[in-house]
Design a protein around this ligand. Structure first.
Ligand code: ATP
Length: 123
């Protein structure tokens, strides 16, 4: 039986997974840059803590969806390197999950930034 891994190993493997996804997935880099830009904008417009918490939730949702999508792509490429309709379904639906999360994140961002941005330009 495989020996139980330590907590530190668990975190290290998870960090390796995140770094691998960041290096290999262009979309992951875009999501991360967008997240940093949104959080900087939230600080600039002094969004209340509750709104920042909502932004963190949707940012986490998008990044987690992209990580799962990356994992699924790797598994599909491993088990089905040749074209297969089920491989297509798996990859397309996983990509769809990222798209849904990203659309929700953009909607939440628009709702939260609308008032402070309008107030800024009406000054
Ligand atoms: N083995 C396969 N069988 C059938 N269709 C596939 C297969 N591999 C990829 N595809 C199709 O090609 C699309 C792109 O697959 P690919 O592995 O290149 O993902 P990707 O474009 O790199 O995704 P991402 O941008 O999220 O990294 C999939 O969504 C799917 O429709």
């Amino acid at each position: 039986m495989k020996p139980a891994s330590k907590w530190s190993d668990t975190f290290r493997y998870a960090a390796e997974g995140i770094v691998t996804a960041l290096k290999s997935e262009r979309n992951m880099k875009i999501h991360l840059l967008a997240a940093v830009a949104v959080l900087l904008a939230a600080a600039y417009f002094r969004l209340p803590g509750r709104d920042v918490a909502l932004l963190l939730i949707v940012i986490g949702l998008v990044i987690a969806a992209e990580l799962v999508n990356t994992a699924l792509e790797a598994v599909v490429d491993l088990v089905s390197p040749d074209w297969h309709p089920l491989a297509k379904t798996a990859k397309d639906t996983a990509a769809g999950a990222v798209l849904v999360a990203a659309i929700i994140a953009v909607c939440v961002g628009c709702l939260l930034f609308y008032e402070p941005v309008m107030a800024y330009f009406q000054q």
